[in-house]
Design a binder for this molecule. Structure first.
Ligand code: ADP
Ligand code: ZN
Length: 614
């Protein structure tokens, strides 16, 4: 009798239960229907087509633009005992022919193929000779001409439906927005009712935004405290920023690699491959690094510069914690970011309509940074989803941000802009408010303006915070001609005239921020005994991965190692119950891991029953 999807999930993948919409999607495909699957990164999209491909006769074809990842995806499936292969331009002729022979002999359950290869007339004709279980179109947002990842080949994928109307198709993406979704449906001619939409919340990601002072130093402190050995991504705006930050991290004893579009394709490939394969590496990158970073154990994504929009922020931070274990999204943000991005928009030659849209996106991003409420609620709300309660796993939930009546401070700040001629930046204005008497101030005779020295009740940092919040709130504009000069806007008048007040967020000062540092979120346990075992398991996994020449997570994901740590299996029967251990991996890996577990246990028992050191 044929197995059920759940039995396949247990036996092959070693998982106990389906997540979210997985089962519903699988059933639709098994009945011959089509599906559009919208799930956040890490939601478990792959199983949605892998299991039906195993259950339906013929080979499941997976179309993916991510050639660099096909090898790892196929390796991962083979370790599960699934008969999988890929076809793309990286294969030699002999290798490609071997794959085609295997297809004709019915020896493959899954084939990953690049769209340009699939769409050749030769390959389409070849497919006519095979039973096809389904077509899975991964990264389906690549059909969207307005998106950043547009691939012309993807638009032609509707040919699949015309040629093989009876073969079910499933399109998958982690891109949330409604216009893209509609575009996928029309371009691929999928019926409206085919949609399976999941929540885009990533509850295991902890969002945090801190005030920018000395970003690289702040980053190093964050990493030392919370992620000393972890893999992660650091995003910077410029190539120079990327290179300097990578060097800085290396000098501080971290293993960091740079990645940006100015590097050669070869360098980029090597760095990406190392990041995917090795453990504990940090990639410092511009936004050029990203799509299809399928590494499940990225423990943090740090932003040293402000992204342009919440879409970008969500996508970039989404690369953390695909395995569902705790992960951090950490960002430094300051007035300088704001000024830079506002100027980018103002100076661009784009249509006014486009500029308005960009401005709106930036404002939403700023709203997220400046909020004193739950960040996750703001983020999800932006994507049209309501989270009824504050999340409890973002900085503002964990350490509520006090606000203060900033009306008088704001008036002083605004009038200082006005008195000095609306052309100076926040640092200079702050110096004037604090009554500094430097050469520049004397040169402009600003030691004589009425606002000179009227702000001594606040510190320089506090004034910067006031100016930042005024700019973020649109109460002060950034001068596009000069170098970040600030000027008043229509909205500043009522505040200056005392017709309205303003509450400001009280940014935690540097020192309390350090003291209040919460317990690390690391995936590694903190208790020394468990930590020793964790390291032993990781070492063993690394050895096997090197022998097999696959990434460590292909052997077992961190989540599975964590389960071993929690349940301490002592024999094969117990090992088989660990989530993530299927039949084939049990055969291949159980004995080695059991040896590590048992050795650790006896060393521990020995010590506790009065070993030599007592
Ligand atoms: P996506 O492609 O949506 O980003 P993946 O398919 O790579 O996500 O799955 C993310 C992780 O979750 C993988 O490590 C996968 O093995 C795991 N996973 C998927 N489904 C389940 C499940 N039902 N139970 C446990 N783990 C799962
Ligand atoms: Zn929250």
């Amino acid at each position: 009798m044929a197995e059920t999807p759940l039995q396949i999930l247990n036996r092959v993948f070693g998982y106990a239960a389906f997540r979210g919409q997985q089962q519903a999607v699988i059933e639709r495909l098994l009945q011959g229907g089509d599906a559009l699957v919208l799930m956040p990164t890490g939601g478990g999209k792959s199983l949605c087509y892998q299991i039906p491909a195993l259950l339906r006769p013929g080979v499941g074809l997976v179309v993916s633009p991510l050639i660099a990842l096909m090898q790892d995806q196929v390796d991962a499936l083979r370790q599960l005992g699934v008969r999988a292969a890929f076809l793309n331009s990286s294969l030699g002729r002999d290798q490609a022919e071997a794959v085609e022979r295997a297809l004709l002999n019915g020896q493959l359950d899954l084939l990953y193929v690049a769209p340009e290869r699939l769409l050749t007339e030769r390959f389409l004709a070849f497919l006519d000779r095979l039973p096809v279980a389904l077509f899975a179109i991964d990264e389906a947002h690549c059909v969207s001409q307005w998106g950043h990842d547009f691939r012309p080949d993807y638009v032609q994928l509707d040919v699949l439906h015309q040629r093989w109307p009876q073969v079910p198709r499933v399109a998958l993406t982690a891109t949330a927005d409604a216009p893209t979704r509609r575009e996928i449906l029309t371009r691929l001619q999928l019926p409206d009712h085919a949609q399976f939409v999941s929540s885009f919340d990533r509850p295991n990601i902890r969002y945090r935004v801190i005030e920018k002072h000395n970003p690289r130093q702040q980053l190093v402190e964050f990493l030392r405290r919370e992620h000393p050995q972890d893999a992660g991504i650091v995003y910077c705006r410029s190539r120079r920023g990327v290179e300097e930050t990578a060097e800085f991290l290396c000098a501080q004893g971290f293993q960091a690699l740079a990645y940006h579009a100015g590097m050669t394709a070869e360098q980029r490939r090597t760095h990406q491959a190392r990041f995917l394969r090795e453990e504990g590496l940090i990639t410092v990158a511009t936004i050029a690094f990203g799509m299809g970073i399928d590494k499940p154990d990225v423990r943090f994504v740090a932003h040293l510069d402000l992204p342009k929009s919440l879409e970008a922020y969500y996508q970039e931070t989404g690369r953390a914690g695909r395995d569902g274990l705790p992960a951090d999204a950490w960002m430094t943000y300051g007035l300088g970011d704001l000024v830079t991005l506002r100027r980018f928009i103002d100076q661009s030659q784009a249509e006014p309509q486009f500029k308005r849209l960009e401005t709106h996106k930036l404002d939403s991003m700023l709203g997220f940074c400046e909020t004193t409420e739950c960040r996750r609620q703001i983020l999800l709300n932006y994507f049209g989803e309501q989270l009824p309660e504050p999340c409890g796993n973002c900085d503002t939930c964990l350490e509520p941000v006090p606000t203060w009546d900033g009306t008088v401070a704001a008036q002083k700040a605004l009038s200082c802009i006005f008195r000095t001629g609306q052309r100076f930046g926040a640092s200079y204005l702050t110096d004037v408010l604090l009554g500094k008497n430097n050469e520049r101030i004397r040169r402009f005779r600003h030691d004589r303006v009425s606002t000179h020295g009227i702000g001594r009740e606040l510190s320089a940092d506090q004034w910067r915070s006031v100016y930042r919040q005024l700019v973020a709130g649109g109460l002060v504009a950034v001068d596009i001609e000069g170098h970040g000069g600030l000027r008043l806007t229509q909205a500043s008048r009522p505040l200056l005239r005392g017709e309205r007040g303003i509450r400001l967020r009280q940014d935690p000062d540097q020192n309390t921020q350090k003291r209040a540092a919460r317990t690390p979120l690391a995936a590694a346990p903190s208790d020394p005994e468990a930590h020793a075992l964790w390291e032993a398991l990781r070492n063993h996994r690394r050895t096997i991965a090197q022998q097999l020449d696959v990434p460590a997570y292909v052997v077992f994901a961190d989540a599975t190692l964590r389960e071993m740590l929690a349940h301490r299996p002592r024999n094969r029967a117990e090992f088989a119950k660990i989530n993530g251990v299927g039949q084939v991996k049990l055969e291949r890996f159980a004995d080695g891991f059991l040896e590590v577990l048992n050795a650790h246990q006896s060393a521990f028992d020995h010590r506790n029953t009065g070993g030599p050191e007592h």
